[in-house]
Structure formats: structure tokens, C-alpha cells
Design a binder for this molecule. Structure first.
Ligand code: URA
Length: 231
């Protein structure tokens, strides 16, 4: 149970100060009863605001099909991935963030959440959640790259630690799939550039058990997911 003004602000409807007007307007119904007093306590899961259930009472977990040209940032110029989500979510108490990032020019599966521990668990280097990337290159991918990546011996420019072993599949001379178990800055592009095959198109098709193609999302669309699949 929580105070109705705290609930309205926690889930991004309005500020605590504005809550009185929402309550006075009869917009909040809890347990089937119209709430009249801003000091009342409500159970968010049993509450309707403007006739609709409070979304994601137990945490927000969403898969987004990130389009090319959108930046994973809250405050940069241009199109942002957060512009693709309802604005009310951005005002939720714990904010909404992407689980890791994709480059502006990369498309594909991006998880969004307001649950800090879920975010940290999935991005922690200890977890090794596999991420699958499909890509096209400017020139043919050298066959030796398969072994170089699998051996975990590749040291990227400006780094000391070699990349963790990664699985490369060459599908066509200039097309492949790479499975990474870590997430370094521009990692796919830098690994392919290091073997002489700069990436010209990059798309993330899966994170752990979640495959973008199973979600049937057009670029820019999102769908709620069950976080339990990542436990
Ligand atoms: N590797 C990259 O180079 N870019 C991404 O967006 C993700 C992985």
C-alpha cells in the first residue's frame, strides 16, 4: 500500500503536488472505490487511473526494436530511443533506461527497464549473457577471423585485455553473425575492423533467450517482456 499522491508520482502521472487535483477530479479508483482524499493509501495493482490499470506496477521490462538513426541517450540532439516510448514512463520514479546501448547506426533488440538491479545483472561482465549480432562488411570477412575471435586473443586498439572468446559464423563473403558474451564500446565494429572487414550494417538479433524475430516488432515498436526469462 502507498499514499495515492506518492503512487501517482511514482508511476509518472503527475507530481505529488499536482496529485490533489487528480484525486479531486475523481480520476483515481482503488478497490472499486473513487479515492477522495490525497492521504489515502492504495494498492497500485488494484488501482485505476482514468479508468486504466497502472502500467507495470512491479517494474517495467520492455523489448524495443531500435531503428537505425536513434541514439541511446536521454539528452542528446536528434532522435532518441526514449522518444519511442510513452512520455509518462520517463517520469516514473526510477526512470527508464536501456540495458546497455546500441550505436546510433545499429538496429535491433534493445531492452528497456526501470529496474536498476535487472539492468546491472544483465550488463554485469560476470553474467556473460550472449548477444547475437548480424552484420554486413565492406570487404570479404577473412576465414581466419573465426579462429582469432574464438581463441579470445584479439586485443582491440587502445585496450590491454583481449576480447572474450566470441563465435563468428561467415554466412556470405561480406555477411556474418557474431555472438558476444561481453559488451565493449563499438565492439562488433572494432573487432571486424581489426581483421580488415569494416562493418557497414549492424543489427542485434538476440539477447540471451530473447530473439527479436519471435517478437514480431517493426522498427520503433516495443512489447512488454517477462524478466524471469533472464534469471
Ligand atoms: N557493437 C557495436 O559495434 N555496436 C553496437 O551497437 C553493438 C555492438
Amino acid at each position: 500500500m502507498m499514499r495515492v499522491d506518492a503512487m501517482l508520482s511514482r508511476y509518472g502521472y503527475c507530481s505529488r503536488r499536482e496529485a490533489r487535483a487528480w484525486v479531486n477530479g475523481g480520476r483515481v479508483v482503488s478497490g472499486g472505490v473513487v479515492i477522495k482524499n490525497v492521504n489515502s493509501k492504495v494498492e497500485p495493482a488494484d488501482t485505476l487511473v482514468d479508468g486504466e490499470p497502472v502500467p507495470f506496477v512491479d517494474g517495467l521490462y520492455v523489448a524495443l526494436h531500435k531503428p537505425i538513426g536513434y541514439t541511446c541517450s536521454h539528452d542528446e540532439e536528434g532522435d532518441l530511443v526514449y522518444d519511442l516510448l510513452p512520455t509518462q514512463w520517463m517520469r516514473r520514479g526510477d526512470g527508464v533506461n536501456s540495458v546497455g546501448r546500441l550505436d546510433k547506426e545499429t538496429s535491433g533488440l534493445l531492452l528497456m527497464t526501470d529496474d536498476g538491479s535487472f539492468l546491472h545483472a544483465l550488463t554485469s561482465p560476470k553474467r556473460h549473457v550472449p548477444k547475437v549480432y548480424e552484420f554486413e562488411t565492406e570487404c570479404p570477412i577473412p576465414a581466419e577471423a573465426v579462429q582469432i575471435f574464438a581463441d579470445g586473443q584479439l586485443v582491440l586498439k587502445g585496450e590491454k585485455m583481449p576480447c572474450a572468446p566470441a563465435q563468428l559464423r561467415i554466412i556470405a563473403p561480406c555477411r556474418g553473425e557474431l555472438v558476444l558474451h561481453e559488451g565493449r564500446y563499438h565492439q562488433v565494429r572494432r573487432m571486424l575492423a581489426a581483421v580488415g572487414a569494416p562493418v557497414v550494417r549492424l543489427h542485434r538479433s538476440a539477447i540471451g533467450p530473447l530473439k527479436l524475430e519471435d517478437l514480431n516488432l517493426q522498427p520503433g515498436e516495443w512489447v512488454a517482456i517477462d524478466p524471469a526469462m533472464f534469471r
